[in-house]
Design a protein around this ligand. Structure first.
Ligand code: SF4
Ligand code: SF4
Ligand code: SF4
Length: 219
């Protein structure tokens, strides 16, 4: 996922290809923090991080030098057959249930902005959350402002989030932020067959237009 974030930063002209030398490492997945905390060490007991179960391929998509781990690759995480299974289950709930779930989750947000600070794609010199002329939404950690903050950030990451899972890991109150990003990622994949960080030659999703787009959303 590190290389995927580099690819998006290259696409968005935040990095120059000639300025960086990428040492790629074939990745067999990282062990979930809860497994590390449990002290389990034998291969059968190890659980991999959720983000790694949805990640493929194991060889970075862009590198100048590759550190190969062929002997480790087959011992690593097995890709999920359906990485969006949980999202589909959630989508099957009523709109009231889904709204209630996210209201409860976002009501716990303390607006520490750790999710933004750790995100490789949140590099704006002045984030919308810090602007005061005008102020775009309440800066107080109340439900209205929290909903606005988290929805706006999710939209700003649409087609850009590379599912590194760091926002969720950094959130001190344990809000399942990755689920928001995965839902948008799934819709973008299904609607536009687009995957963030797949290749440096692809145009960023929100800066391109297809003349044959059926534009089904216009009614
Ligand atoms: S998973 Fe979170 S931290 Fe990582 S790119 Fe997506 S929004 Fe940013
Ligand atoms: S939340 Fe939006 S405005 Fe703020 S840093 Fe991230 S992308 Fe930029
Ligand atoms: S890291 Fe969690 S608590 Fe902090 S602003 Fe982000 S969602 Fe809210």
């Amino acid at each position: 996922c590190d290389v995927r974030s580099i690819i998006v930063l290259l696409q968005e002209n935040q990095l120059k290809r000639d300025d960086i030398f990428i040492i790629g490492v074939e990745c067999s997945g990282v062990i979930a923090e809860h497994t590390l905390a449990s002290g389990k060490e034998s291969p059968g007991e190890l659980d991999f991080d959720e983000k790694c179960k949805a990640c493929r391929p194991s060889t970075p998509r862009l590198y100048d030098y590759l550190v190969s781990q062929k002997d480790q690759k087959d011992k690593g995480v097995l890709p999920e057959e359906n990485p969006y299974q949980d999202i589909r289950k959630f989508e099957a709930k009523s709109i009231e249930e889904r709204f209630k779930f996210w209201q409860e989750e976002f009501s716990r947000c303390i607006r520490c902005y750790a999710c933004r600070q750790i995100c490789p794609m949140c590099y704006c010199p002045r984030c919308v959350a810090d602007q005061t002329m005008p102020t775009w939404f309440s800066r107080a950690p109340d439900l209205e402002g929290n909903l606005a903050w988290n929805v706006i950030r999710a939209f700003h990451l649409a087609g850009r989030c590379i599912d590194c899972g760091e926002c969720e890991r950094a959130c001190p109150v344990g809000i399942p932020l990755r689920e928001v990003n995965k839902k948008i990622e799934k819709d973008i994949k299904e609607l536009f067959d687009y995957e963030a960080g797949a290749g440096v030659d692809q145009k960023p999703l929100l800066s391109c237009f297809d003349q044959n787009d059926p534009e089904d959303f216009i009614r």
